[in-house]
Design a protein around this ligand. Structure first.
Ligand SMILES: Cc1ncc(C[n+]2csc(CCOP(=O)(O)OP(=O)(O)O)c2C)c(N)n1
Ligand SMILES: [Mg+2]
Length: 585
């Protein structure tokens, strides 16, 4: 995994050295700062710059050190959304960033900043470009190093912790350098598709700052000879291949390059598979799409067999993780793979440096190559329609994903939480292209309900369909309250299997027991939305139809038999038990 960080411009990392050279050289990306007045209040510049770079919504919770910053946020064109808890604000900003291309979370010092840290760690791990703005003690407050509320160890503690989960960070202690530090961090976020941290002491945010020293990093370019060499080696492998496959990775979504890969697949007639993290990055209703690959956790045996018997696997933008490789059950041989990501290009055993990911994909998409007709293994593994005779049968996990698939179309975005919600979601396949978002690598519980708020704010046309276990719902389900306040319409499907079902399959104990809630009562508590409980296939089907007819929050509690799990979870749990030497429970 890449650990590149943007270098701080100043030796102490606090922006202490002034660099006074006015703006943008020819070969550098234009950030638009030329059009700002010569000086501006810091808070105004911060949010105006974020707005110009694509931020329209912010998720967070204020605090006394952050109130002046929140006042500027409220005066800006960015809509500020107060959430129930900072972790939820982080998950919402992460999901928002995945769809919108950049997200923003605003919090107060340490109690807020450290609360949101886990969500930002997830955004780092899964490459989601989130800007964290944290209010902080003022410059004056820090002078004699007093014990101030919210301080942990030193005034630098929060920033140092954030250095582990961001690609750039700054504490705005110097007016002269503030504008350039803001630009540096925001541009790093957009370039690396990873979080950045901007700490704003409360007594600087109203100060006028000059627009000097802004020096955006130049565009990185591919070395043309290296690019040619990598391309020709890849093309010769494609020409020789009898059964190639593209494993489309999550970076295609992050770098907005999926259409290049689809164009390449169409020209060369190569089938495409995805993994759990990249599910829906390429349209799942495309005729060349074959399903989700993940070793033993693949969506079906056809996909698994096809990918594992392929003589060339083109991994484009793919994260190779234990999860996406089905807990090491994947059988992919390096001798027959090409791996191209934003961090490196490797063709078989050769590694090519200094190639930009997009340049490589563009070169592949436009390369001269005669299309062959590779036999397509499993063109449309669509779900079986629900038969009348089945409607009164008990709902099982396999049916949950099948029935849901029958209701999805291009206006839907499925948001899956950890637990069987995410394992089983491998099997979702609809005739019309629905979106899919899940923390399928970092795997933090509590993601989905708050993420649905981020999805809805980022794309008004998408209706979130949340899949969340009872355990994960107990962590952040209260965020439904924000959806109700904002008039959003997510459909929240609570998979109630009476506790931590995933862990029960690996190792059971009293630690997997949670309190049984009456999940449908949540609407009374937050004073909005409709709820329903279902335990048969027909009831779930009807509940979805009913929810689709209305435009408010819907909570559907599904009573799932305690020991029932999806096939993917059963296989994954068996692998983990094998790896860890645990006996079946
Ligand atoms: C924040 C966090 N805490 C703990 C875990 C470990 N964990 C993984 S699955 C799981 C149980 C999930 O239970 P539930 O949401 O009910 O889903 P189920 O497994 O029953 O489908 C736990 C505790 C985690 N992934 N994330
Ligand atoms: Mg559960």
């Amino acid at each position: 995994m890449d650990s590149r960080r943007e270098a701080n411009h100043s030796p102490d990392g606090n922006g202490a050295t002034a660099i006074a050279s006015p703006i943008v050289a020819k070969s550098t990306p234009r950030t638009g700062v030329e059009s700002f007045p010569a000086t501006m209040p810091l808070g105004q510049f911060l949010f105006e710059y974020l707005y110009r770079r694509g931020v329209r919504h912010s998720f967070g919770i204020p605090g006394d050190f952050a109130l002046p910053t929140f006042t500027w946020l409220e005066k800006s064109k960015i809509q500020s959304i107060t959430m129930t808890h900072e972790p939820a604000a982080g998950f919402a900003a992460d999901a928002y960033a995945r769809i919108n291309g950049i997200g923003l979370v605003c919090v107060t010092y340490c109690v807020g900043g450290l609360n949101v840290l886990n969500a930002i760690a997830g955004a780092y791990a899964e490459k989601s470009p989130v800007v964290v703005v944290s209010g902080a003690p003022g410059r004056k407050d820090r002078e004699k190093d007093p014990l101030l509320h919210h301080k942990v160890k030193t005034f630098e503690t929060q920033r140092r912790i954030y250095d582990e989960v961001t690609v750039a960070s700054t504490v705005l202690l110097d007016e002269q350098r503030a504008a350039s530090e803001i630009v540096r961090c925001v541009e790093a976020c957009l370039r690396h598709k990873r979080p950045v941290y901007i700490e704003v002491p409360h007594d600087i945010v109203d100060r006028e700052i000059p627009m000097t020293g802004i020096d955006p990093a130049p565009h990185e370019k591919s070395d043309p000879h290296t690019l040619d060499a990598a391309l020709s080696e890849t093309l010769s492998l494609i020409r020789a291949a009898k059964k190639p496959v593209i494993l489309a990775g999550v970076e295609l979504a992050r770098y907005r390059t999926a259409r290049l890969v689809v164009r390449m697949a169409e020209r060369m007639k190569i089938p495409i598979a995805a993994d759990l993290l990249s599910k829906s990055a390429v349209p799942e209703n495309h005729p060349l799409y074959i399903g989700v690959y993940g070793g033993a956790m693949s969506s079906d045996e056809h996909v698994r067999n096809y990918v594992e018997s392929a003589d060339l696997v083109l991994m484009l933008g793919t994260f190779i993780t234990d999860m996406s490789m089905g807990f090491y059950t994947a059988k992919l041989d390096r001798r027959r793979t090409v791996l191209a990501t934003s961090e490196r290009v490797s063709v078989q055993y050769h590694r090519y440096d200094s190639i930009q990911f997009r340049d490589f994909l563009e070169a592949l998409a436009t390369a001269k190559i005669k299309p062959k007709h590779f036999k397509h293994p499993n063109p449309h593994a669509l779900p079986e329609p629900l038969k009348n005779a089945e409607r009164s049968q008990v709902l099982t996990m396999v049916d949950v994903f099948r029935i849901l698939s029958l209701h999805l179309d291009e206006r839907c975005c499925v948001v899956a939480d950890i637990g069987d919600a995410i394992f089983g979601a491998v099997g979702i396949r609809s005739a019309r292209q629905a979106q899919f978002i899940a923390p399928a690598y970092y795997m933090s519980m509590g993601f989905a309900v708050p993420a649905s708020v981020g999805v809805a704010m980022a794309a008004k046309k998408l209706r979130p369909y949340v899949l969340v276990g009872d355990g994960a719902f107990q962590m952040t389900g209260a965020e439904i309250s924000t959806a109700v306040r904002l008039g959003l319409n997510p459909i929240i499907i609570v998979l109630n299997n009476d506790g931590y079902g995933t862990l029960r399959k690996v190792r059971d104990g009293r630690f997997n027991v949670i309190t049984q809630w009456q999940y449908s009562k949540i609407c009374e508590l937050v004073r909005g939305g409709d709820s329903i409980t279902a335990s048969t296939k027909g009831e779930f089907d009807d509940a979805l139809s009913q929810a689709q007819k209305s435009d408010c929050v819907h909570v559907i509690e599904l009573k799932i038999p305690r020991n029932d799990v999806s096939q993917q979870l059963a296989r994954a749990a068996a692998e983990v038990r094998k790896m860890r030497g645990t006996k079946n429970s």
